[in-house]
Each structure stands twice: as structure tokens, then as C-alpha cells.
Design a protein around this ligand. Structure first.
Ligand code: PEP
Ligand code: MN
Length: 366
């Protein structure tokens, strides 16, 4: 059972809920606090034999917004049949709710400072404050470029700060990387924020999931496992949340099957509404790693754009996308990277599709 409190509830309200819970036998209590820049949301989880506990006992308390009985599945991330409940969180001044679309455009793999600076200044010129920068790259072959690792963090963060970038999505493959990121940010004077990306290959690396769940500072961008069920991927997010960090965005990035050819993966953006229905997590789409190719349709619009359109028209609120100043020279995933010159066109495209989604929503409500 979840007791949801009004935003910014004082300690006295929390204490009253906990005292009420103490009246019931064998009920344990766990607090979940999500601190946004503007509001703090507290939810109190009542665990144990809650079947006989009347919801009214809690609903009657001042400061309680709603009491929800949850199934055992997706206890924290689940939507539990509610409509319109609050989705997302705020981090470093960026609103990760479904109210807007965030474009995380940037390098699959950081290769040199010049390219990082070019990406950052282009983002700045177009008013984009979110990016992706891969420093730790999990590669299929041990002989391929593995990313620059901790050595590039100081200048990546400095360049982000100079461009006013507020959040950098960065994959971590080992809990040690989280410490390296925290240290490099501190050394640079915390000029930006970081969203920890869990890559598809680590979707069931439970020790890594627990580690990013136990730290509460950085939000998590969880990428769907490419060869496991959606249910298994959602359970992996529940690991992160159950360790104490509910600031998670769920990213669809395609699934592995040869039936998706000639695309790199089978695009799975038809699952956007499914994830939104089952959970309270904002949904991101990654068209670069799912499509994986630069070709365009006969209309001249790249397959990558079309895939983005499919995700946004279904209500995705974040896009993770590879851009590179010179894709032919990229050290990782060059063929799927868009040229930086295409950023304005991409931005215009996402704005139009989002607007279409909002128009359709408005129609549905009349
Ligand atoms: C990436 O985003 O660079 C990446 C490796 O993605 P995925 O884990 O989805 O393959
Ligand atoms: Mn990549």
C-alpha cells in the first residue's frame, strides 16, 4: 500500500502516517522521498499484510493526497491503474516530466575535446541544455575503441558548463565509474549534471543496478535489455527504485533480432504507451541505436527521423540521439550519427511531431 502525501508535506504529516501504521500488526514502513528543484514529494510504503488494513485510516489524515493498493509487481515504479498521476522528476533545473520533450543530442563516444566543444557550442546555439557523451564504452570486440574513460571527464564537464548544458547522459558499466564522475564534477566545480546511463548490455547487471539505486544524487537512464522481455527490463528498473532511487527514465532502443534488418535492431517504439501504462516512468526513445543507419525514405526523410516520429507521437518525452561533427571519422557508431548541421532540422521535426501529439491529446479531451 502506498500513502502519497501532498507535495512538500512537513515532517509532522509523515510522523502521523507512521504512527497510524504502527497501530497495525506486522506492518513495516518505508519512506520514499523525491527532491525536485521546486517540490519534494514523499510517498510512504506500507509493507506486509496490508489486505486487512483499511485505506480510510490513512485517507482521513491531513496532508494525505491518495492511498493506493499496489500489486506486488513494480511496487515503486508501477502506475497501479492510476491515470494522470505524477510522472517524472526534476534534476539540475531540467524537468523530466511528460510536459515537454527533452532532446539529448551528442556523441556516442567522446573522441577529442574539439569535437566535444563543437557539439556543445551547436547545442548552445539552438538552446538545447541536454546532451549525451559516452566515456565508458561497452564494445563487442575487445580490440575496438573502449572510450576515453575518466581522462576525458574534466574537459567534457568544463565544455558542458561553458555551453550552459545542464545534464549529460553518460553510460556507466561499473559502480566505480559513478565515483569517478562525482569526483570529476567536484574538481570542475559542478558545472553541469549527469544522468547515469545503464546500457542494454547491463540491463540485468544487478550489482550495477543496486549501486545506481543506492546513490540518490544522479538520475538513471535505463536502456531496455535487447534480448530480454519488457517485464524483465521493468523489473530491473524496480531494482534501482527499490534501492532508494526512483529518478529513472526508461529508454526504448530496439531489440535484437535479424527480423529487424536492414535496421540494426527491431524498432520497439510501439511499446511507448505500454511502458507509460504500466509505470510512472517517463519514456525515452533512442532512434540511433535502434535504426543504426543513415538512409532516408523516398520522401528524403531519414529512417532515424521517422522512428523518432513514431516514438513522439506515442507520447515519449525524451530522445537520446547520436550527432557527430564528422560521422565518417567517429570512433564508435559513426554510420548512425547525424551531422551537426542537421540539428536545426531535427529540432524543427521533433517540435512539429510533439505539437501533433498535443493536438491529438486536445482532441481526445473534447
Ligand atoms: C549507447 O547509447 O551508446 C549504447 C551503447 O547504447 P545501448 O546500450 O542501447 O546499445
Ligand atoms: Mn553507440
Amino acid at each position: 500500500m502506498i500513502v502519497m502525501l501532498e507535495p512538500d508535506s512537513p515532517e509532522s504529516v509523515v510522523a502521523q502516517v507512521e504512527q497510524t501504521a504502527a497501530q497495525f500488526k506486522d506492518l513495516s514502513v518505508r519512506r520514499h522521498v523525491v527532491k525536485g528543484d521546486e517540490h519534494t514529494i514523499t510517498e510512504i510504503y506500507l509493507l506486509g499484510h496490508t489486505q486487512t488494513v483499511p485505506a480510510e485510516a490513512f485517507e482521513a489524515l491531513p496532508g494525505v493526497r491518495r492511498v493506493v493498493r499496489v500489486s506486488a509487481k513494480y511496487r515503486i515504479i508501477g502506475r497501479h491503474g492510476q491515470t494522470g498521476s505524477q510522472v517524472g522528476f526534476e534534476y539540475n533545473g531540467v524537468d523530466f516530466s511528460e510536459r515537454s520533450v527533452k532532446v539529448f543530442a551528442g556523441l556516442c563516444a567522446v573522441d577529442n575535446r574539439t569535437n566535444v566543444a563543437k557539439v556543445m557550442s551547436t547545442l548552445k546555439a539552438h538552446g538545447i541544455t541536454t546532451t549525451r557523451m559516452g566515456a565508458y564504452k561497452p564494445r563487442t570486440s575487445p580490440y575496438e575503441f573502449q572510450g576515453l574513460g575518466a581522462s576525458c571527464l574534466p574537459w567534457v564537464f568544463e565544455e558542458a558548463g561553458k555551453a550552459g548544458v545542464k545534464v549529460v547522459a553518460m553510460e556507466v558499466t561499473n559502480p566505480r565509474h559513478v565515483d569517478e564522475i562525482r569526483d570529476a564534477l567536484a574538481q570542475a566545480g559542478d558545472p553541469t549534471g549527469v544522468m547515469l546511463q545503464i546500457g542494454t548490455r547491463n540491463a540485468q547487471n544487478f550489482e550495477l543496478l543496486k549501486a545506481v539505486g543506492q546513490q540518490g544524487r544522479f538520475p538513471v537512464l535505463f536502456k531496455r535489455g535487447m534480448g530480454i522481455t519488457l517485464e524483465e527490463s521493468l523489473n530491473a528498473c524496480e531494482y534501482v527504485a527499490s534501492e532508494g532511487n526512483p529518478k529513472i527514465v526508461f529508454c526504448l532502443r530496439g531489440v535484437k533480432t535479424h527480423l529487424g534488418e536492414p535496421h540494426r535492431n527491431m524498432v520497439d517504439f510501439a511499446h511507448v504507451p505500454v511502458v507509460r501504462r504500466l509505470t510512472r516512468l517517463p519514456v525515452c526513445i533512442d532512434p540511433s541505436h535502434s535504426v543504426g543507419r543513415p538512409e532516408a525514405g523516398p520522401d528524403g526523410i531519414p529512417d532515424i527521423f521517422h522512428a523518432v516520429g513514431q516514438g513522439l507521437i506515442a507520447g515519449a518525452s525524451m530522445v537520446l540521439i547520436d550527432f557527430h561533427p564528422d560521422p565518417e571519422a567517429a570512433m564508435c557508431d559513426g554510420p548512425q550519427a547525424l551531422r551537426l548541421e542537421n540539428l536545426p532540422r531535427f529540432r524543427a521535426y521533433t517540435d512539429r511531431v510533439r505539437k501533433a501529439y498535443e493536438d491529438v491529446l486536445a482532441l481526445a479531451s473534447v
